[in-house]
Ligand binder design. Structure first.
Ligand code: C2E
Ligand code: CA
Ligand code: CA
Ligand code: CA
Length: 279
């Protein structure tokens, strides 16, 4: 049998063997990537939803990790984040990402928001609350400018622990957003049980706005639901003026996507954040 599930391989075939060796090499390379200065953060703008791009003011940025491998070149986060999660490297890497994003945001002359993605392993290993607290103190970023993005996956494993962590993080004054809402196993009970400040509607629904009426109905319902729970709503993957106009009309609070801006080094947004950034 060729039965193969995540992390378990029952039969070794030559090409699988090669794949395993490749992964091992990639793991090793990733483990020195931070020290070698190969990791960096790109920033993608988020704007208050207005009727057009011109009428949508930028209010903050999501920090997105990038790995510039000296030989392989650019490795996308969709490839190396899962690798870092499997190997446990994500804990150290996540700490670097959080510190770097907070340090960066604290240097802006314009006090915009910064959103940072957290992985499940960061919730289950080490003292996340203590880490966030000390990074805020160390960088001088005020807590209300930091938003932590998590997916349901983080909370599925241990409900009580997840709830306690979210409450303690919120007590620090940071905001929590539910990322990729509607993808995977999103459950309405999570929205009721956990104190999210924000819901990020998954790109999959936004892509289909205008293509199928079901997506429009779902997006509309999520906006109403979120507002009913006193959460604010961000739509991800907004690429067209028509999508933006629909979202603004339906009362969506904020938008993120190529229409507003692609992820880029912060220097590209120097005019927005001010400070000593060179374009
Ligand atoms: P995500 O958190 O859902 O991030 C949004 C992704 O959608 C980003 O991909 C972004 O470049 C992409 N995107 C934004 N606007 C558009 C659009 O209009 N159209 C399309 N087609 N795509 C758009 P990216 O940067 O490749 O990141 C992929 C995923 O990798 C992220 O998804 C997140 O799950 C993970 N990731 C990235 N950085 C970090 C990090 O620092 N820590 C952790 N734990 N995960 C990260
Ligand atoms: Ca995210
Ligand atoms: Ca997302
Ligand atoms: Ca995603």
């Amino acid at each position: 049998a060729k039965a193969k599930s995540r992390g378990t391989i029952s039969i070794f075939e030559p090409e699988m063997d090669q794949q395993i060796r490749d992964r091992r090499v990639l793991h090793q390379e990733l483990s020195v990537a931070i020290k070698n200065g190969e990791l960096s953060l790109y920033y993608q703008p988020q704007a208050a939803a207005g009727p057009s791009v011109a009428g949508s003011k930028i209010i903050g940025f999501e920090a997105l990790a990038r790995w510039h491998h000296p030989v392989r070149g650019f490795v996308p986060p969709g490839d190396f984040i899962p690798l870092a999660e499997e190997s446990g490297l994500i804990v150290e890497m996540g700490e670097w990402i959080l510190r770097e994003a907070c340090r960066e945001a604290a240097s802006w002359a314009v006090p915009m928001q910064v959103a940072v993605n957290l992985s499940p392993a960061q919730f289950t290993h080490g003292d996340l609350v203590g880490l966030v607290h000390s990074i805020l103190l160390e960088t001088g970023l005020t807590p209300d400018r930091l938003e932590l993005e998590i997916t349901e996956g983080v909370l599925i494993e241990d409900f009580d622990r997840g709830l306690s962590l979210l409450r303690r993080l919120k007590a620090l004054g940071v905001r929590i957003s539910m990322d990729d809402f509607g993808s995977g196993y999103s459950s309405l009970s999570y929205l009721q049980a956990f104190p999210f400040d924000k819901i990020k509607i998954d790109r999959a629904f936004v892509i289909n706005l205008g293509r199928n009426p079901q997506s429009a109905a779902i997006v509309r319902a999520v906006i109403d639901l979120g507002h009913g729970l006193e959460m604010s709503i961000v739509a991800e993957g907004v690429e067209t003026e028509a999508q933006l106009a629909f979202l603004a009309e339906e009362g969506c609070d904020a938008v993120q996507g190529y229409l507003i801006g692609r992820p880029a080094p912060i220097g590209q947004f120097a005019a927005l954040v001010g400070g000593d950034h060179l374009a």
